[in-house]
Design a protein around this ligand. Structure first.
Ligand code: MG
Length: 360
């Protein structure tokens, strides 16, 4: 009989796995009953609004926008372009948004004017709180956490993906709002992913709180949805093609697959060592430094394969082989006769089972 003890184990926290098991993780692999995602028709060209997007700009009016104190938005709108009116203040959407995918395009003023933070400054504030900086950073320097693509004052972009002033540039932003419990305590920080001109510049970063030019501000629960804000910062930055897709809450993660390997003595493992065969396919179980190895020799459609796995004991007489090169895992169980001698090796790999008789 095997005397076993828990030893090793890998890959993920039990907490996360247990929590996830109540919902999405209950679907079996390839279940045909699992609901199909809704259909969305993509925009007619790259950057175009998909069928389920909310257009934030109609191309000719400031409808849908207002000043922060609720007056008509004074920026100019014409010929598909929304232009910042210097000195007029920020504007916000009348509609409110929480989790969302946001697309917008902007062009920096030509000829460029000013330097540093004074060169084509604007910005988009997610929930009115978290600024993704808009700035002319093409061959123009400022502090890294305040350049274009920065989560202002917190995260510099991964790269400077700027186009020259005057050229249209794009942001594609995935935003997850912060979550709070009933007492107002923070459960999870906001998360922001940004592609600038199709290039990843923010990779799921978590702001420390609302962005600020002064000091790091704390998270406060101001609701699940708030307006998007465009910043007026003295520069006539132009915007076009602004659309947003509110996102459903994130699905819970599937539990990571993990293995609890058990320890067995060398004497116990010796029970399994031997040669097994199923037709012309052979399976050799051999002692190895870490315990046991399985090697399978198989001909499939005229091609010969030699496969091998280090074996991890996961239950009485049951092993899991994890291929070091990321190949298919092998589940391997052994059958004993009435006297306790191992007679058969049963394999399960991908969708197929095999029964290998032990050779004398
Ligand atoms: Mg700004």
């Amino acid at each position: 009989m095997l005397r076993t003890a828990l030893i090793c184990f890998t890959m993920l926290l039990f907490g996360g796995a247990a929590k996830a098991q109540v919902s999405d993780s209950t679907w079996p692999t390839h279940s045909l009953d699992r609901p199909q995602p809704p259909e969305v028709t993509p925009g007619g060209q790259p950057g175009g609004a998909p069928s389920d997007a909310i257009a934030l700009f109609d191309g000719k009016t400031m409808n849908g926008w207002q000043t922060i104190d609720g007056r008509p938005a004074p920026w100019s709108a014409h010929d598909g372009v929304l232009e910042v009116k210097p000195g007029s203040g920020n504007i916000e959407t009348v509609q409110t948004f929480g989790d969302c995918q946001l697309h917008l395009e902007w062009a920096e003023p030509v000829p460029p004017k000013g330097e540093d933070q004074g060169r084509g400054n604007s910005g988009v504030f997610l929930m009115g709180l978290f600024e993704v900086q808009v700035l002319d950073s093409y061959h123009s320097q400022t502090y890294a956490d305040g350049m274009v693509g920065a989560i202002y004052g917190q995260y510099p972009p991964l790269v400077n993906a700027s186009r020259p002033p005057g050229d249209w540039q794009s942001y594609d932003i995935i935003f997850r709002r912060p979550r709070f419990d009933r007492s107002g305590a923070l459960l999870s920080a906001a998360r922001i992913t940004v592609l600038q001109n199709g290039i990843l510049v923010q990779d799921s970063v978590k702001p420390t709180g609302p962005t600020s030019s002064v000091e790091r501000a704390p998270y406060i629960n101001l609701g699940d949805r708030l307006p998007l804000i465009l910043q007026e910062h003295d520069a006539p930055v132009r915007y076009r093609n602004l659309w947003v897709r509110p996102l459903p809450p994130e699905p819970e993660s599937l539990p990571a697959t993990f293995v609890v390997a058990l320890r067995a003595s060398e004497a116990d493992l010796r029970d399994f060592v031997g040669d097994y065969a199923m037709g012309t396919t052979t399976l050799k179980v051999a002692a190895a430094e870490h315990g046991l190895d399985a090697r399978m020799s198989v001909d499939l459609h005229g091609v010969h394969y030699d496969l091998s796995w280090p074996l991890h004991l996961i239950d009485r007489d049951s092993f899991l082989g994890i291929a070091p090169d990321g190949g298919l895992p092998l589940h391997l169980g052994f059958v004993r006769d009435a006297k306790g001698s191992v007679t058969t090796a049963v394999t399960h790999m991908a969708e197929s089972y095999g029964s290998f008789a032990r050779r004398p």
